[in-house]
Design a protein around this ligand. Structure first.
Ligand code: NOJ
Ligand code: NOJ
Length: 551
């Protein structure tokens, strides 16, 4: 008997989908329970955590994640709030109220980033009893307030619609507004990225800030941002403006799923999961892991592979992450939801390389649901998406526990155990797979300008060649607020990703003469570069690059 290639692929797809079905049904309750176990005060693994605070993981050494991060907590609670407001789990209300009050108190907790009115909202993590964490850390991280606002707004919208608008306007709005005001005031300042390593502009941070500001209706007109300035001519989104790596990063996949709006079609400006730019970027991102993990060896070039934060990652050995591999499947499931709903798939020259993986020789055009190309693509992309879940399933230990990473060669769990965010990422991917999406946040009515107007600033990239000893770091300060007004204490930390070149990108006022210097900090001691001050004048538009050597 002769079997056609299409028939065999169909059988494989069927087998993958069966095993993914069974993983989804066994893992769902484990992920939900694992997530709830990590929330204070009564989560079984969250001993000592204040009511409503999420511990990142119960792991207390190598790494110690027994802290509460605003980013992780907000993404986790967005998952729970969606389950509550959709009616999938109506028992969660008390926990959500606890989250709201715990986060309102964190906002008021003075910390190394400042007080509530001087930048403290950008503090990335706190102790689990709600006190400030005062050790050194990559701060500020400006995605936190935006993600928290988005989570709280989704709960507030439900309360509004369900007869509790007094609570929303008198209790919740002031809290949400603090976060939105922080975002509006600081969105164009450099930030540590979501992986807490690079201080620069970062696509994920900008995208979630844009969403939060859109949702905060009274602030909607304050500013518009765009994803387009991050577009790279090699067909992907530049994830960060600094860091000196390839800048291919899961940050873009996470931006796409966390700003998904089922009512916005395949809009590329708001980077919807099925937009040509998001799909093109997804392919470049996934492909970047094909040769870096031995687990991915021998896999067909158009089949799913395990993915991590970014290909150059070395943290804990540099391994695949559950939450990024789930995020890839979720972006694809989100795209499938929209294509099926609109009854067509548009292929553009930008997304052609992505679609070519599933239908070789396909050309740009719109394929309606009555065409065979449409059914081929839907089937193949569903199988591709399931492939990512199947890989996570394969590397999930038999108790269903999800750590942060799994070893790139052996597949055994690595780094923090029971990572709450891993569990949340499983639940949201499973829910997208079953065709569910969170409510619209208004992306389709967003007035996003075609180019980035950032209030008269230009991005200046500073690179300083400096040899340092272990533990010594290079910072930048200078004569304008964006350079911390000559303050050595708050000087900006440069990234050493390209050591001995240290670099940072900062938005400075346009057409302005600026003086600056680099400083070294070692064991609390500050050493300034020799005089005179360095000088530059920013252009009216565009960008500027400064290359200096320590003196
Ligand atoms: C700890 C941070 O949590 C992680 O994001 C980072 O990659 C490592 N430090 C290494 O810098
Ligand atoms: C390291 C991750 O890079 C960061 O995104 C996360 O917030 C912390 N671990 C805590 O899970």
């Amino acid at each position: 008997m002769r079997l056609s290639v299409a028939y065999v692929l169909g059988l494989i797809g069927f087998a993958v989908s069966q095993s993914v079905d069974s993983y989804v049904s066994s893992e769902s309750p484990i992920a939900k329970a694992g997530l709830l176990a990590n929330i204070g005060p009564s989560g079984s693994k969250a001993n000592g955590a204040k009511a409503g605070l999420v511990i990142a993981s119960p792991s207390t050494s190598n790494p110690n994640y027994l802290y509460t991060w605003t980013r992780d907590s907000s993404l986790v609670f967005k998952t729970l709030i969606d389950q509550f407001t959709s009616g999938a789990d109506t028992s969660l209300r008390g926990l959500i109220d606890d989250f709201f009050s715990a986060e309102s108190q964190l906002q008021q907790t003075s910390n190394p980033s400042g007080t509530v009115s001087t930048g403290g909202l950008g503090e990335p993590k706190f102790n689990i009893d709600g006190t400030a964490f005062t050790g050194p850390w990559g701060r500020p991280q400006r995605d936190g307030p935006a993600l928290r606002a988005t989570a709280l707004i989704s709960y507030a919208n439900w309360l509004q619609a369900n007869g509790n608008s007094t609570f929303v306007s008198s209790e919740m709005w002031p809290i949400i507004k603090l976060d939105l005001d922080y975002v509006a005031a600081n969105w164009n300042q450099a930030t540590f990225d979501l992986w807490e390593e690079i201080q620069s502009s970062s696509f994920f941070t900008t995208a979630v800030q844009h969403r939060a500001l859109r949702e905060g209706a009274t602030l909607a007109a304050a500013l518009g941002q765009t994803a387009s300035s991050y577009w790279n001519s090699n067909n992907y989104i530049t994830a960060n403006t600094g860091g000196g790596r390839s800048r291919i990063d899961a940050n873009t996949v996470l931006a796409s799923i966390h700003t998904f709006d089922p009512a916005a079609g395949c809009d590329a400006v708001t980077f919807q999961p099925c937009s040509d730019k998001a799909l093109a970027s997804l392919k470049v991102y996934v492909d970047s892991f094909r040769s870096v993990y031995s687990l991915n060896g021998g896999v067909a070039v158009n089949a799913a592979v395990t993915t991590g934060r970014y290909p150059e990652d070395v943290y804990m050995g540099g391994n695949p992450w559950y939450l990024t591999t789930f995020a890839v499947s979720e972006q694809l499931y989100d795209a499938l939801i929209v294509w099926k709903k609109q009854g067509s798939i548009e292929v553009t020259s930008t997304s052609l390389p992505f679609f070519n993986q599933f239908s070789s020789g396909i050309t740009a055009g719109t394929y309606s649901s009555s065409s065979s190309t449409f059914s081929t693509l839907i089937g193949a992309i569903q199988t591709f998406a399931d492939g990512f879940v199947a890989l996570n399933a394969k590397y999930t230990p038999s108790n269903g526990g999800l750590a942060e990473q799994y070893d790139k060669s052996s597949g055994s769990p690595v780094s923090a155990v029971d990572l709450t965010w891993s569990y949340a990422s499983a639940l949201t991917a499973f829910s997208a797979r079953s065709g569910d999406s969170s409510p619209s946040w208004g992306a389709s009515t967003a007035k996003v300008p075609a180019t980035c107007s950032n209030g008269g600033t230009v991005a200046v990239t500073f690179t300083e060649n400096a040899t340092t000893q272990l533990g010594e770091n290079i910072y930048l300060t200078g004569s304008v607020a964006a350079l911390q007004n000559w303050s050595p204490d708050t000087a900006l930390l440069l990234s050493s990703a390209d050591y001995p070149n240290w670099s940072i990108t900062v938005n400075l006022p346009a057409s302005t003469a600026v003086q600056y210097k680099f400083i070294r900090k070692f064991n609390g001691q500050v050493t300034w570069e020799s005089d005179p001050n360095r000088q530059l004048t920013t252009p009216a538009t565009g960008t500027l690059t400064e290359n200096d050597t320590w003196r």
